[in-house]
Design a protein around this ligand. Structure first.
Ligand code: G6P
Ligand code: ZN
Length: 593
C-alpha cells in the first residue's frame, strides 16, 4: 500500500446559485443532466460546507479537537466516479482532515451509516438516487448523513438550502495548473494517500483512504447475527436461496456476505454486478420491478425454485422477501422479524428489544406482535427520518414501512441485507438442529403460522401516479371534510362495523415533542381494518395518490384467503368514499402492490 503523497493548493472559483438545490432527507435528487451543468455539484457541496460550521453538533462547528473525517461513496450509478472526483477536491479544500472513499467509489447506504457510527466520523456523503433508474438520461443524487449515521435532518438541510441560494463561489483543491491534484488516487485499490496543502501557512495534511466497501458492514453483521447457524442453514441440501441485486450496489456485498461468509453457491446471486444503468432496469425490489426473481421463485414456472428469495434496491436500503411462490408483504416481514428477534437473532437476545415502530400506512401486523410480547409500539408518519429519535432514545429497536424498508438501531438507515439476514436467521432458528432434511420449515409456513397465531392483516396499496395535482388535492380536501363531518354511516353500512378513528394523521414525536400534521387521512374500523389515503412525498410529476387498504382477520380458518378477494369490498368502499374516480378521472391505479 505505497503512500502516493502529493500536494495541492486551494483555489477559489466563482459560481452562481442554481435554483432548487433543496435536499429532502433522501437527498438532492435530479436528472444526471442537471448535475452535469458546470458548477452545479460544486455550488451544492460548497453550500453544505458553508452551512456545517453554523450548525451546532455538526462536527464542523469548530468545537472538534481534530480535523473532521468524512466518508464518501455511492451506489455506482452513472456519474458516480466523476462526482466523487469533484467532491473530493471540495472536501480537501474545506477543512476536512481525512476522507474515506469506498473502493471503486462504491458504498451502499446502510454501510455508510455503519461506517460513520463505527468510526465515529463527522458525517458522510452518499451518491445515490435510491431506487430511481440510472444512466445518462436518468437520475442522480447527493445525500448528506450526520455523525449519528442518519440522513441530515431539516435543521441541516434548511441551512444547506439557504446557503445554496446565496453561494457565490467554491473552494477546490488544485494543482498549480488548476488540474485535479488527486488524479493519482486509484479508486479501484485500497490504499492511503497523504497530501500536503501548500496554501496553508501551517503545513496541513489531507488524507484520502480508499477503504474496503464491505469490511465495517460485515463486521457489524457478525456482531448481530450468528453466522455459524446461518452457515448451517445454507449447508442443508433442502435449502437454497436467490438474491437479486437488480444490478444495484448490493452486488458489491452479496458475494462476500452470502458466498464467502455463509457458504452460498455463486448461483445464489443474480444481477450481482453493479451497473451504471442498473442494466436498464428499475432497481426497486417489488413484485413489478423484480418480476424475474418472482418468476424464478415460483415452482409453477421454475421446478428448481429456491426456498428463499430476496431483492434489494439501487442503494441497498430497501428489501423484498419471497418464498416458493409466496410473497411476504413488508408489513408481515416486519412483524415476523419482530416476533422472532429475541429468539433468532443474538443482537436482540436478553431483553434488548423493547419497542417496535411502523409508519402509519404500514399494516398493523407488528402491533399484534408488540401487544403479545409486551413491546412498545409506535406509529409514525411516512419517512424513515421519523424513526430516528425512537431508535436513538432506545424506545424502539426494530422499524419498518410498507414501502419495503426494514431496519433496526444497528444503523440509522433502512437496511436491505440486514432484513435478509434476519429472515435467514428465522429460518435457521426454525430448522437447524430441529427439522430433518426434507422437511424444512420454509418462508410460507413461517408466515402462515404467524397469521394463525396473531391473525392476518390483509393489505394492498393502490398507486395513482401523475394525477393532476389540483384534482388530487381536491380529493384530499373532500376526504378531510368528510372525516371532520364525522358522519361515518356510509363506511359503517358498507363494511358492517363501527369506525373507531377518522382523522388526518398527526404525529407528536415522543422524544423531542415536534409535531407533524396532515400525514394522511385514515378511517380505522373497530376491528382494526383501515382505509388510508395520502399524497406521496416522492413523486416528481403531478401528484401521486396512495390508497392503502388493510383488513384484519383473526379467524385462523380464514387467514389463507386470497388477499385481493379479502380486500375487494373495502377497496370499493374506499373508492366510493373518496370519489377518487370522479376527482381524478382515473378508473384504475398504475400499480397495485
Ligand atoms: C422513501 C423514504 C421512505 C418512504 C418512501 C415512500 O423511500 O425513505 O421512508 O416510505 O420514500 O414515500 P412516499 O411519500 O412516496 O409514499
Ligand atoms: Zn434506496
Amino acid at each position: 500500500m505505497g503512500d502516493a503523497a502529493g500536494s495541492f493548493v486551494i483555489k477559489q472559483f466563482g459560481v452562481k446559485p442554481f435554483e432548487g438545490q433543496k435536499m429532502g432527507t433522501s437527498g438532492l435528487r435530479k436528472k444526471v443532466k442537471v448535475f452535469q451543468q458546470p458548477g452545479y455539484i460544486e455550488a451544492f457541496v460548497q453550500s453544505i460546507f458553508d452551512a456545517l460550521p453554523e450548525i451546532p453538533g455538526s462536527g464542523m462547528d469548530g468545537r472538534a479537537q481534530s480535523a473532521p473525517v468524512l466518508v464518501l461513496g455511492g451506489d455506482g450509478r452513472y456519474f458516480n466516479r466523476e462526482a466523487i472526483r469533484t467532491i473530493t477536491r471540495l472536501v480537501a479544500a474545506n477543512g476536512v482532515g481525512k476522507l474515506l472513499i469506498g473502493q471503486n467509489g462504491i458504498l451502499c447506504t446502510p454501510a455508510v451509516s455503519a461506517i460513520i457510527r463505527a468510526r465515529r466520523l463527522s458525517g458522510g456523503i452518499i451518491l445515490t438516487a435510491s431506487h430511481n433508474p440510472g444512466g445518462p438520461n436518468a437520475d442522480f443524487g447527493i445525500k448528506y448523513n450526520t455523525g449519528d449515521g442518519g440522513p441530515a435532518p431539516e435543521s441541516y438541510t434548511d441551512v444547506f438550502y439557504a446557503k445554496s441560494q446565496r453561494v457565490s463561489g467554491y473552494r477546490s483543491a488544485c494543482t498549480e495548473s488548476d488540474a485535479d491534484p488527486f488524479a493519482s488516487v486509484n479508486l479501484s485499490r485500497r490504499g492511503s494517500y497523504t497530501f500536503v496543502d501548500r496554501t496553508a501557512a501551517t503545513e496541513r495534511r489531507f488524507v484520502i483512504e480508499v477503504i474496503d466497501s464491505a469490511d465495517d458492514y460485515v463486521a457489524l453483521f457478525r456482531s448481530i447475527f450468528d453466522f455459524e447457524r446461518l452457515r448451517a442453514l445454507l449447508r442443508r441440501p433442502d435449502f437454497s436461496m436467490l438474491f437479486d441485486s437488480l444490478h444495484g450496489v448490493t452486488g458489491a456485498y452479496t458475494r462476500r456476505i452470502f458466498c464467502e461468509e455463509l457458504g452460498a453457491p455463486p448461483s445464489a446471486l443474480r444481477n450481482a454486478t453493479p451497473l451504471e444503468d442498473f442494466g436498464g432496469g428499475h432497481p426497486d425490489p417489488n413484485l413489478v420491478y423484480a418480476a424475474e426473481l418472482v418468476a424464478l421463485c415460483d415452482p409453477k414456472q421454475n421446478p428448481k425454485a429456491p426456498e428463499f428469495g430476496a431483492a434489494s434496491d439501487g442503494d441497498g436500503d430497501r428489501n423484498m422477501i419471497i418464498g416458493r411462490g409466496f410473497f411476504v408483504t413488508p408489513n408481515d416481514s416486519l412483524a415476523v422479524i419482530a416476533a422472532y428477534a429475541e429468539r433468532a437473532i443474538p443482537y436482540f437476545a436478553g431483553g434488548k428489544l423493547v419497542g417496535v415502530a411502523r409508519s402509519m400506512p404500514t399494516a398493523s401486523s407488528v402491533d399484534r406482535v408488540a401487544a403479545k410480547h409486551g413491546l412498545a409500539c409506535y406509529e409514525t408518519p411516512t419517512g424513515w427520518k421519523f424513526f430516528s429519535s425512537l431508535l436513538s432514545s432506545g424506545r424502539a429497536q426494530i422499524c419498518g414501512e410498507e414501502s419495503f424498508g426494514t431496519s433496526s438501531d444497528h444503523v440509522r438507515e433502512k437496511d436491505g441485507i440486514w432484513a435478509v439476514l434476519c429472515w435467514l436467521s428465522v429460518l435457521a432458528y426454525r430448522n437447524v438442529d430441529k427439522t430433518p432434511v426434507g422437511s424444512l420449515v420454509g418462508v410460507q409456513q413461517v408466515v402462515e403460522e404467524h397469521w394463525r397465531e396473531y391473525g392476518r392483516n390483509f393489505f394492498t396499496r393502490y398507486d395513482y401516479e401523475e394525477c393532476d395535482a389540483d384534482a388530487a388535492h381536491a380529493m384530499m380536501q373532500h376526504l378531510e371534510e368528510y372525516q371532520r363531518r364525522g358522519d361515518m354511516s356510509l363506511l359503517e353500512r358498507g363494511y358492517g362495523d363501527k369506525v373507531s378513528v377518522a382523522d388526518n394523521f398527526c404525529y407528536t414525536d415522543p422524544v423531542d415533542g415536534s409535531v407533524a400534521r396532515n400525514q394522511g387521512i385514515r378511517f380505522v374500523f373497530a376491528d382494526g381494518s383501515r382505509i388510508v389515503f395520502r399524497l406521496s412525498g416522492t413523486g416528481s410529476m403531478g401528484a401521486t395518490i396512495r390508497m392503502y387498504i388493510e383488513k384484519y382477520e383473526s379467524d385462523p380458518s380464514r387467514v389463507d384467503q386470497d388477499a385481493a378477494t379479502a380486500l375487494r369490498g373495502l377497496v370499493q368502499l374506499a373508492l366510493e368514499v373518496s370519489k377518487l374516480p370522479s376527482f381524478t378521472g382515473r378508473d384504475r391505479p398504475n400499480v397495485i402492490t
